[in-house]
Design a protein. Structure first.
Length: 353
């Protein structure tokens, strides 16, 4: 097989940080990968200049990853179809609310033997209110195989080349998994591959909801013990949620980077935590604090909490997932942040005598 062309669909904070890695790894495996990596850029103007032109001339995403150089073999392309034409590997890394629109533009343009990998943390809701993974959404629309990569990976730290780990979830570890590992694995970004892809992806999506709860308790002035309880109860709800909706998960997967490690890093250092803390402290709306604090980046937790809540409500399970439910209600203004503590206090995990 000739070297695969790789396209990164997305150029936000994580998309740009991962472009720094992929731009290097493709050069290490010339038999596997073409040396040029295309990156689809949702065009915008920054201080009078087109972002795509800044990336292609100064090799820096000045808006979403300022101060970090992108490899010169990463080429910004603003036409979505053109950016993917002829690529055998597609890396999806956009805020999850944009996935469907992007995939719909690609229908009929992507050969069925294309490999996709989603780095997107979130879930989708079908019209009837059922839960759908983002990987399933991409697979259903484009009819291609989709793996996932999730982990404790705050983009600014990854872009600093600080050591961390990540988990790839795929169907066929020996074939696709190892090819994808070569694309991401570096000295400072260590990859484990597992075949429990549903669990990997749901861990990545649900930790953003737990991080909102951590932000609320930070905003209320509670300390690290409370946050540890949020993380633990959030993990218990995550395992139960996965077991209920996607039975057959491997317990070991929750101990991979995508599981407990991502929960910890996001509950301490993530954007979701930050905006939810400010939401409680300032009394402003979530939309307002996101706009003020994130400069165009997107906190995915509140939206994911809504999608998860719709699913729980539909299946009469809200009482078994009080933390997930409370996060949604607090984000919506249907519950006051201090009531979260009552939900934790009365959590079903504490009710066995
Ligand atoms: N930033 C991080 O530290 C990490 C993020 N992730 C996940 O990766 C995914 C992408 O996150 P980021 O790269 O951080 O994005 P981001 O939060 O920086 O979002 C901004 C991106 O959204 C794009 N965008 C805005 N409007 C759009 C539209 N209408 N259509 C298409 N794109 C549009 C912007 O062009 C920009 O590229 C999310 O699911 C996130 O949870 C995963 C690991 C780490
Ligand atoms: O997914 C992340 C770290 O692994 C990033 O989390 P935030 O979106 O909360 O910053």
């Amino acid at each position: 097989m000739s070297p695969r062309k790789v396209t990164i669909i997305g150029s936000g904070n994580w998309g740009s940080a991962i472009a720094r890695i992929v731009g290097q790894t493709v050069k290490s495996f010339p038999d596997d990968f073409d040396s040029e990596v295309r990156m689809w850029v949702f065009e915008e103007t920054v201080n009078g200049e087109k972002l795509s032109e800044i990336i292609n001339t100064r090799h820096e995403n000045v808006k979403y990853l300022p101060g970090k150089t992108l490899p010169t073999n990463v080429v910004a392309v603003t036409d979505l179809v053109q950016s993917c034409t002829g690529s055998q590997v597609l890396i999806f890394v956009v805020p999850h609310q944009f996935v469907k629109g992007i995939c719909n533009q690609l229908v009929g343009k992507i050969p069925e033997n294309t490999q996709a990998i989603s780095l997107i943390k979130g879930v989708s809701t079908e019209k009837k209110g059922g839960l759908k993974l983002i990987s399933e959404e991409i697979r259903d629309i484009l009819k291609i195989d989709v793996s996932v990569l999730m982990g404790a990976n705050l983009a600014p730290e990854v872009a600093n080349d600080n050591f961390c780990e990540a988990t790839i979830g795929c169907k066929r570890k020996a074939q696709d998994g190892m090819m994808l590992k070569r694309l991401f694995h570096t000295d400072n970004f260590r990859i484990n591959v597992v075949e429990d892809a549903h669990t990997v992806e749901l861990c990545g999506a649900l930790k953003n909801v737990v991080a909102c709860a951590a932000g609320f308790t930070d905003g209320l002035g509670f300390g690290d013990n409370t946050k540890a309880a949020v993380i633990r109860l959030g993990l218990m709800e995550t395992t139960k949620f996965v077991e209920h909706y996607y039975p057959g998960s491997n317990l070991q997967t929750f101990f991979e980077s995508c599981g407990i490690a991502d929960l910890i890093t996001t509950c301490y250092g993530g954007r979701n935590r930050k905006v939810c803390e400010a939401f409680v402290k300032t009394g402003k709306s979530l939309a307002e604090v996101e706009k003020e604090m994130l400069n165009g980046q997107s906190a995915q937790g509140p939206l994911t909490a809504e999608e998860v809540y719709l699913m729980l409500e539909k299946t009469n399970l809200t009482a078994k997932f009080p933390l997930f439910t409370a996060v949604h209600k607090i984000c919506q203004g249907q519950m006051k942040a201090p009531e979260l503590i009552d939900c934790l206090r009365n959590h079903p995990e504490h009710m066995q005598f």
